[in-house]
Structures are given as C-alpha cells and as structure tokens.
Design a protein around this ligand. Sequence first.
Ligand code: IPM
Ligand code: MN
Length: 353
Amino acid sequence: MSSSYNIAVIAGDGTGPEVIREGRKVLDTAASKFGFSLNCVDYDLGGDRYLRTGEILPDSVLKELKTFNGIYLGAIGHPDVTPGTLEKGILLRLRFELDQYVNLRPVKLYPNVETPIKNKGPNDIDFVVVRENTEGFYVGSGGFFKKGTPDEVAIQESINTRKGIERLLRYAFDTARERGKRKKLTLCGKTNVLTYAWDLWMRTFQEIAREYPDVQTDYAHVDAICMWFVKNPEWFDVIATDNIFGDIITDLGAMIQGGMGIAAGGNINPEGVSMFEPIGGSAPKYTGKNMINPLAGILAGALMIETLGQKAAAKSIEEAVVKTLTKNIKSLEAGKMGHSTSEIGDLVAGYIS
Ligand code: IPM
Ligand code: MN
C-alpha cells in the first residue's frame, strides 16, 4: 500500500474553505497516527475566481487534476454567479471528464443525531445509495425547436448505456457484498412508466445478479422508495439507481440521517481519480463566521482515505466523529452546535486514536 497520496484540494465557495480546513486538520492527524501522508495541493476554483478572471475550469487545470490520487472538494456555488454556471462548469464537468461513474452516498444516522423520522434510530437508518453519475438526464442531450415562439418545443433526453449501467451495477453488487450487512441490493427505478431506460436497467440487473448469488436483490419504484425511506428505512442496505433519481433520493436520505451537516459523498472512478465532498452547498450566509458544521466535510475526507485503501484510519475518523457527536455537539445546525467550526475540528482530531 502506498504511504503517500497526492491530493488536489478544491476548497471552493462560501463555507467550503472553513469546512475543508477542519477536514484537513483531522486527515493530517489520522495520517500521522496511521503512518501515511497526504500531500495537498490547493486549487483556486469557484465563484471568486470566475468573477475575478472569467475562468471556470481551465483545461490545463483539468489536465493536472487527472494526475492526483484524489480530489477533496468543499463547496461550489456563489450568490453572484448565475445558478448552474459553476455547478455545471466545475462539479459536473469534473464528474464527467474524470469518468467518476459512481456517486456513493452513505445514509447513516449516527448516535445522538436527531432524525425527523419518529421511532427510528441508528439501527434503522444505515444504508448506501450507489447513484449513476455520468449518464441519464445529466448528459445534456436534447434541444429546443422553435425557441422563443409560441410553438416552442424543449426536449431533454435521458441517456442510458448498457456499459454504463453494467459498471454501476457491478459496483453496487460489490458494495453489498463487501458491506456484508444484509447483502441486499435494491434497484430504484420507474419500470412502470419509463419503459425503455428501465427495461434496460432491469434486464442488466437480472443478468448481473446471477453472478452474485450471495446478494439478495429487490426492486422498488422511485416514488415508493421515497415513501419507504420515511416509513421503513431499515429495509435498505444498498440501493442502485440512475443519476436523476439518485440526486433526488439522496437529498431525502440526507434529511433522515440528520441533515446536510452530516451527509458526505464520493464521486468515484474505481480505475481513476475520485472526488469527495460534503453534499451540502456553500451556505453563503454563514461564510467566514466559524459557525458551520464541518462534520460532513470531515466524513467526506474519511470516505476519501477509505477509498484510497486506508481503512483503519478512515474508521478511526468515523469513531472520532461519533465521540464528538455523543460527548460534545448539542445540535448539527450552524450556530447551535455549542462549538465553533474550528473547535469541532479540534475535538474530532483529538479523539483520533
Ligand atoms: C448533487 C448536486 C448536483 C447534482 C448539482 C449541484 C449539479 O445537487 O451533487 O447532488 O445535481 O448532482
Ligand atoms: Mn443533489
């Protein structure tokens, strides 16, 4: 196992830099305890650079990013930039160009974290969503016809390839197997209405399932999944889905696990460069106030080193987060934590053992 990793850090917009600072504090502590090192290189990307120079993601920067072992991202999104410009130009472009075809989003309710779901606890809310991350509606296929006229037509197509579905599903089956929890994979789709895309997904799912006889399979429509997340979250272990459904259900997932302050995710290319991020936004109103909750960013860092192969160190970060949650934090909400952003980082780092 390599003991040194080159990490590109894109702290980004809003509270991104504050959160990433605490994440790095914790990662560096874990790295020195577990005998590896992270060589971080900062990249200035985001709204400020765009407003200053007009640059979003220069090709030369993209080329450099491809040479790293991982990317650690804070937040993208700026109040003075048209919504979508930076999200598409940085976040989505990186996902596509680096072919990060898996968006891995653990939905885990940690001890002492409040969930809006009545009578459910950490044993009930603990699953992983494996979202397809490079196809579907996100490809941007479609167009206008007679734009701006009363006869205007807008077409937005969902692209689903056999190869793309297959690699995503294999990753999901492997995840179910490796997690070893219930070894159950639920496909989340819409076979009753979207009869081309989901026919291909379903056929591929059934074929690949034969290679994983030890993994139990299940299927649910996306609307029903939303219902079950609230009613019976304990049914789920690993869920595989397409890009848009994954986008939607993981926001619901984030809420039942306690909110954006704790939800982390990875954009993974198992054969290439992966990128890890807290799933919350840039929270402009808290920027620079040392008030935002850094735990999602810290957990994104843990997911990054876990994916790089440093499993024991990742586990120690997760345990340190749990200690902080049970011993110190009053609430996950910004300004109500009972501690500042940097104090939370200090606490988590202090519990690493
Ligand atoms: C997410 C976000 C992005 C998405 C946006 C910012 C483009 O919502 O990571 O889930 O839709 O994928
Ligand atoms: Mn989203």
